[in-house]
Design a protein around this ligand. Sequence first.
Ligand SMILES: [Fe+2]
Ligand SMILES: [Fe+2]
Length: 182
Amino acid sequence: MYEETSAPIPNPAVGGAAIRCAFFPPPPANDAPADVKGLIDLILTRYHDTHRRELPQAIAMARKVEAVHAGDAECPRGLADHLAFMADDLESHQQREEQVLFPMILGGGSPMIRFPIGRMMAEHADVEEQLVRLRALTHDHSAPPGACATWRALVIACRKLDFDLREHMRLENEVLFEPFLT
Ligand SMILES: [Fe+2]
Ligand SMILES: [Fe+2]
């Protein structure tokens, strides 16, 4: 499912300190491309495409864990539905960026661009709230001792989703959008 690596990744749960994870590759370096076209290409391939590929995998794992471990007190009940809600919400957000906002940015922008940017940033704030709930449902992205492989992979997928979404939104808010808001 995820490439195996022993590279350290920043863990938002511990204030950005590095942890080691054996299941997914490290995030990209924070030195985003300087040109707008390169930055948008990075956002599309590294984040939009990745979310579309990995969220359905996480939903399927959550459904399996919730079904198999329904009697377990630690079972992340409601996680699959929450991930499905996040996936639907994110899909419509990404489509608006791809079809409306990113073409406007590539065209050089206009004074009116503040409005779609403001809406996207408000939706990013909604995603941050969804991530808080995701963390609560997964008990801070952890699995109990002795959890099955699917459960362990599920919490790693959720931790990766948390990290990817935060970096995705940071790149958009602070790097891509910011020049149009000054
Ligand atoms: Fe995006
Ligand atoms: Fe966005």
